[in-house]
Every structure is written in structure tokens, then in C-alpha cells.
Design a protein around this ligand. Structure first.
Ligand code: FDA
Ligand code: NAP
Length: 454
């Protein structure tokens, strides 16, 4: 499908989470001030039936892990009408929020902010539509111009009824987010869930609630799930199983936090491979397998108080490796090993929640026939230029941009909100420059910054 006049879209975006939402906001602002000939047309396809940001984890009271100033737009343009502060002003809560004296709103409030912004750029989005694959369009086939090579993509999409159609675009921007990861050999089922689906599965749960819940993992998700279940089911036992000795605090100290700065992306992208790996290793603790210190202390306080009272509902099974999770009639049996002794134990519970993290989006899988255009490194990962454009084989004049899935090239902010506003400006700058200059050359850090919109 094309736009009126049978022209392909300038951009087809895959996924409409915060990353592509930030780009839609940048586009909206650009189109509002650009001459008609310089405006870009875009459509974003989103699998969900309406906007949603990790709805299954919108746990009451859970707060953001990032300052509200790292919203969709502030770091790109603090004067934009799409800032979190503009949202507060429109909702009549600006003064109340200031009195709250926090940089970290609840996830529920930030979700409302994102939904507010998404509604304002809703004309770009098709909800309930999944991108299935992308095929290259050769010059002469789509008749865009006469210079040869791949000049665009035909993206096959499927709507909620299962009907397929094709969207054509010059450039693709893939922002599909992360995929839930389960321990090897474990499959999601009626009683084995990934935490991504927590609230949805709880809402659907039939029958009396389990007398025991098991939560696997020691990251922010695992701690929030254990906390939520412990509060929501005051008669139930909650067993937290993980390999660490204890939940470990997220490093949100100010110098370490600079790893999330826009400038850190320049440093990272230009660094040799071994330096990249070292930096990721040093600073894993800012994001992975770590928990907000306040929540750790709250869980400890509760666990200690239960010891005092003599009824321990929150049970921490630390230094334990999960060996097997097997569904059986009426429940799930988890077999685990206490690492210091190698002793094996079995634990029966009504439901097991695997809060065992996420894997990157399968970009090459989505690209399907277009995957062969992408250059790879020696480990099979796509090579990505500083402007988030996948490096492609000669003759490809259309762009595939990544929002996410670039931790190996751009660093730890790849899957996070921190750099979303700036990244959207950089991608838009690159898209516009490509239109002005014809086939784009690989961008250096300095060029990408210079081109950035905002
Ligand atoms: P995101 O996953 O949000 O969106 C991707 C979208 O693409 C989804 O809506 C999906 O349905 C859609 N999609 C995927 N494939 C598709 C296809 N083929 N066709 C159509 N649509 C498709 N980070 C941070 O910096 N601060 C924070 O406070 C938090 N908090 C937080 C809480 C929880 C519970 C989680 C799980 C994660 C966070 N994160 C975070 C990290 C998180 O990755 C980040 O907040 C954003 O969700 C990243 O936005 P994206 O748009 O990249 O992915
Ligand atoms: P995570 O940080 O990757 O943690 C995954 C946990 O699962 C780790 O403890 C890991 O063990 C464990 N694990 C992984 N594979 C396992 C296996 N096979 N067997 C047993 N345990 C296994 O994932 P997350 O907690 O979901 O966090 C992901 C992102 O979402 C982070 O950016 C986080 O900040 C964000 N998040 C934010 C909020 C919020 O904003 N309030 C809430 C939830 C999540 P190890 O400890 O051994 O590594």
C-alpha cells in the first residue's frame, strides 16, 4: 500500500514504543515547520491494539528508573510542546508535581504521559498491525528514480484479522523493543509466566490464588514482582530464587550515570571492540540484574519483620540455580540446586514467574528477504553506523535504521529511554540529509551530531 498519488512513504516504522514514538514526535515537529516539499510521510505499525508501554508491569507504585527529564523530547528540545512538563501543565498537575520533589514519577504516570503524546501523533500509527517481513524494492520496479540499486522496501504487514497487505517506503526504522527470555528448556504455559505478562495473567487467573508463588531472577523486574505478589496476596508465600547471594543495588551514582549521556554514544561508537566490551562490563550494574536500593531495603525490612513475627511468607532462596521447571497437575514443580553444596531441592507452587530478562529484537528475522543486504561483523551482528543506519552492501540506496538492538555498536542506552530524544533527532537528521544528498555515506560521530534535528 502507498500514500495517495501512489508514492511510497518516506518512512515505515516497525513498532510504536517510546523509541519510535520519540521519532514520530520529531517528525511531527519537523513537518509543522518545513516547507511542503520537505515534509516526510511516515506510517508506524504497532502490533498492540492501542498504545501501551509494558502494560503487564504497570505495578501500582513502581517508579521510573530514569529522570522525567529524559522524556521523549527534552534533551533534544526542552522548549517542545511534547515534554513531560508540558503534559503535566495540560493535565493541571505541574505545581503538584513540583511539590512532590521527585525526578522519578510512577510508571503509571509516565505511561499516561507517553499515551498522551502517542494520541497527539496518532495519525502516523496503525495499531493492531504487525510487520511480518521486508523485501527490497529495486529501482525500476517501483519507479522512484533512475539511478539503480535498492531504492526502498516493501513491508508485509498483518492486521488483527490476519489479513496481509504491503506498505512501501524508502526507509525503514525498526523499533521492535526486546523479546522476553525464559531459562533454557522452560516454556511459558498456564502456570509458567514471563513477568512481561504479570498483570494480564493475574487479571485472567481463574480460581483461588496459589498458596505459593515462585519468582525466578534477581533484577528489577523480579524484585518488583516479588514485592507485588507479597503485598497483593497476604496469605500466600512468595519464594524468590536466584543465583546471587542477595539482590544487588543498581548503580545510579552520578559519574557512572554518564554512561547514559548522549556524548557516551559518540565515545562508545568510535571505540575499539575490546574497549566497548570493557565499558559494558564495568557498567552492567547500572542496568542489568540490579534493583533500586529503596526496594531492596523495603523487601529486607519485610523479610526481617516476618522473622520477628515467626511467619515467613517472603522466602529468599539465594545462591540457587534453577535446574527444571515442570508443570504438573494443579501446579508447577521447580527443581533447583543450592550452589555452595550442590544439594538439590524441589519446590511446588501454583505459578512460577520467570523474571529472567530479555533478548534483543530479531532484526534479521524481521527483515527476511532484506536481511542479506546487511553487513555483519565477525560475530554475525549487524554493523551499524553512528546515525543508527545499518551498513548495507553496495547498491542499497534506501536506509534501515535501528532504534534498539545496537548495544554492541552504540552502548548501553540502546534499549533504554535515556537517549531516546537525542537519537530520534539524529535519525531524523540523517533521513533528511539522505534526501538532500542522494545516497548517504557512513556518518562519523561529528556529522551525525551536526545533522541532528532539534
Ligand atoms: P518497546 O518494547 O517499548 O516498544 C516496542 C514496540 O514494538 C512494542 O509496542 C511492540 O508491540 C512493537 N512491535 C514489536 N515487533 C513488532 C512488529 N513486528 N510489528 C509491529 N509492532 C511490533 N528504561 C528506562 O530507560 N527507564 C525506565 O524507567 C524503564 N522502565 C522499564 C520498565 C519495564 C517493566 C521494562 C520491561 C523496561 C523498562 N525500561 C526502562 C527499558 C525499556 O526497554 C524502555 O523503557 C522502552 O520500552 C524502550 O522502548 P522501545 O520503543 O525501544 O521498545
Ligand atoms: P535483567 O536485569 O536482565 O535481570 C534478569 C534476571 O534474571 C537476573 O537476575 C538474571 O540472573 C536472571 N536470569 C537470567 N537468566 C536466568 C536463568 N536461565 N535462570 C535463572 N535466572 C536467570 O531483567 P529485568 O529485571 O527484567 O530488567 C530489564 C530492564 O527493564 C532493565 O533495564 C530494568 O531497569 C528495566 N525495568 C524497569 C522497571 C521500572 O522502571 N520500574 C521495572 C522492571 C524492569 P543474574 O543475576 O545471574 O544475571
Amino acid at each position: 500500500m502507498t500514500q495517495p498519488g501512489d508514492r511510497p512513504y518516506d518512512i515505515v516504522g516497525v513498532g510504536f514504543g517510546p523509541a519510535n514514538l520519540a521519532l514520530a514526535v520529531a517528525l511531527e515537529e519537523h513537518n509543522a515547520r518545513a516547507a511542503p516539499a520537505d515534509r516526510l510521510s511516515a506510517v508506524f505499525v504497532e502490533r498492540q491494539p492501542r498504545f501501551g508501554w509494558h502494560r503487564g508491569m504497570l505495578i501500582e507504585g513502581a517508579t521510573m528508573q530514569v529522570s522525567f527529564l529524559k522524556d521523549l523530547v527534552t534533551l533534544r528540545d526542552p522548549a517542545s510542546g511534547f515534554t513531560f512538563l508540558s503534559y503535566l501543565k495540560e493535565k493541571g498537575r505541574l505545581v503538584d508535581f513540583i511539590n512532590h520533589k521527585t525526578f522519578f514519577p510512577t510508571r503509571v504516570e509516565f505511561h499516561d504521559y507517553l499515551s498522551w503524546a502517542a494520541a497527539r501523533v496518532g495519525h502516523f500509527v496503525r495499531y493492531g498491525t504487525e510487520a511480518v517481513s521486508a523485501a527490497p524494492v529495486e529501482d525500476g520496479v517501483d519507479g522512484v528514480d533512475g539511478e539503480g540499486g535498492v531504492t526502498g522496501f516493501a513491508v508485509t504487514v498483518r492486521d488483527a484479522s490476519g489479513a496481509e497487505s504491503v506498505l512501501r517506503a524508502r526507509d525503514l526504522v525498526i523499533g521492535g523493543g526486546l523479546r522476553p527470555s525464559l531459562p533454557e528448556g522452560v516454556e511459558a504455559s498456564e502456570r509458567v509466566w514471563h513477568n512481561r505478562d504479570l498483570l494480564t495473567r493475574l487479571a485472567e487467573y481463574d480460581g483461588p490464588p496459589p498458596a505459593r508463588w515462585t519468582v525466578i531472577g534477581a533484577g528489577q523486574s523480579a524484585a518488583e514482582v516479588a514485592d507485588h505478589l507479597h503485598r497483593a496476596y497476604p496469605d500466600a508465600e512468595v519464594c524468590a530464587i536466584f543465583a546471587r547471594y542477595g539482590y544487588s543495588p543498581a548503580d545510579d551514582s552520578p559519574f557512572a550515570n554518564r554512561i547514559f549521556d548522549p556524548a557516551a554514544v559518540d565515545d562508545f561508537h568510535g571505540a575499539p571492540e575490546e574497549v566497548k566490551e570493557r565499558l559494558l562490563d564495568y557498567h552492567r550494574g547500572t542496568n542489568y540484574s540490579v534493583v533500586d536500593l529503596d526496594l531492596i531495603e523495603e523487601l529486607y525490612r519485610r523479610s526481617y519483620q516476618e522473622k520477628v513475627r515467626g511467619r515467613e511468607r517472603l522466602r529468599i532462596l539465594n545462591a540457587c540455580r534453577v535446574l527444571e521447571v515442570r508443570e504438573r497437575p494443579g501446579g508447577v514443580r521447580t527443581t533447583y540446586e543450592f550452589l555452595p553444596t550442590g544439594e538439590r531441592h524441589e519446590l511446588d507452587s501454583g505459578v512460577v514467574i520467570c523474571a529472567t530478562g530479555y533478548r534483543p529484537y530479531d532484526v534479521l528475522g524481521l527483515l527476511g528477504p532484506a536481511a542479506g543486504l546487511c553487513e555483519r561483523d565477525e560475530r554475525g551482528r549487524v554493523r551499524v553506523e553512528r546515525d543508527y543506519r545499518i551498513r548495507t552492501v553496495p547498491g542499497v540506496r534506501a536506509g534501515i535504521y535501528l532504534q534498539g538492538g545496537t548495544e554492541h555498536t552504540h552502548g548501553i542506552t540502546s534499549s533504554l529511554l535515556s537517549n531516546g530524544a537525542v537519537r530520534a533527532g539524529e535519525i531524523l537528521g540523517s533521513l533528511l540529509a539522505a534526501r538532500r544528498a542522494g545516497p548517504p555515506a557512513p556518518r562519523s560521530a561529528a556529522e551525525a551530531r551536526e545533522l541532528a534535528v532539534g
